[in-house]
Design a protein around this ligand. Structure first.
Ligand code: ATR
Length: 266
């Protein structure tokens, strides 16, 4: 039997186990997907232990995406972002991927939103914002980063080719000229708040929210009310899992099955 898992802390409410288990069942694979809540003080031991036990692959979530990056040989995308959310334990050692980036791009493709030549605003400058900003840039968008702490916006913009950094006070002006706005802050997570002013939305925008609890965030509701297209964060979660499944198993992912399993547990 192949064993995969998610490592994080906290991790008990993760949606990855039901999503991957449903995919394994659908494809009739002899594989299990389990949850590992690792001690942050012993994370390197945890990764080495997983490797020594012959675990086949791990999804990595907060707060271990940077630790995972240090532990593996990262692929190009993971190297650019400086974070790893998926590990493949190969005969040549652990290899790391950043499927938060790939998952974001696949979520946009799934909704037929073309990022090539788009003006894209990323709100936030933490780990999620890094993956999204590098993804947008790779897809051919011009990226503006707006963050409450403006220095962090500038630091991220310095890393992403062609990007500019801004304070949140500039967000309405940035949105006026933009094609895409992504929320990569924690604002709206289990609350009815949005980082973007409601009156800044317009129908030429596409809204993407990395927050998926609730599914319909205030950010997305305001966008929709103004006639903008919306892409919820569950799509990013789904497609990062799809990418992981396909890399680990070499099979096409049962995307519909995984989507249903995910939405059943949200
Ligand atoms: P993650 O790795 O999940 O992206 P993070 O690194 O803690 O998490 O980043 C959280 C982001 O949400 C940051 O951009 C943070 O802004 P600051 O850099 O100014 O801290 C943003 N954020 C959190 N709470 C916010 C709030 N109430 N208003 C605006 N931005 C907020």
């Amino acid at each position: 039997m192949d064993v995969y898992g998610i490592i994080g802390n906290p991790v008990e409410h993760s949606l990855s186990p039901p999503m991957h288990q449903a995919a394994f069942r659908e494809r009739e694979l002899d594989a299990e997907f389990v949850t590992f809540e690792a001690d942050p003080d012993r994370i390197e031991e945890a990764f080495r232990g997983a490797e020594a036990l012959g675990i086949d692959g791990l999804t990595v979530t907060l707060p271990f995406k940077h630790d995972a990056f240090e532990f593996v040989e990262p692929d190009d995308r993971a190297r650019r972002v400086g974070a790893v959310n998926t590990i493949d334990f190969t005969e040549d050692g652990p290899v790391g991927y950043n499927y938060d980036l790939s998952g974001t791009l696949r979520a946009f493709e799934h909704h037929d939103v073309d990022l090539e030549g788009a003006d894209a605003v990323v709100v936030g400058a933490g780990g999620a914002a890094r993956a999204i900003a590098f993804g947008f840039e790779e897809a051919g968008a011009t990226v503006s980063i707006a963050n409450r702490t403006v220095e962090k916006a500038h630091d991220l913009a310095d890393d992403v080719p062609g990007a500019s950094g801004h304070g949140l006070d500039e967000l309405p002006d940035l949105m006026a000229d933009a094609d895409v706005v992504a929320n990569a802050t924690s604002v709206g997570l289990e609350s009815d708040e949005s980082v973007a002013p409601a009156d800044a939305w317009h129908e030429d925008l596409t809204a993407f929210d990395a927050v998926y609890k609730p599914l319909e965030t205030r950010f997305l509701k305001d966008a929709q009310a103004a006639g903008a297209q919306t892409i919820g964060g569950a799509w990013m979660l789904l497609f990062q899992g799809v990418e992981a499944f396909e890399m680990w198993t070499g099979e096409d992912a049962p995307v519909e099955t995984m989507n249903e399993a995910l939405r059943e547990h949200l």
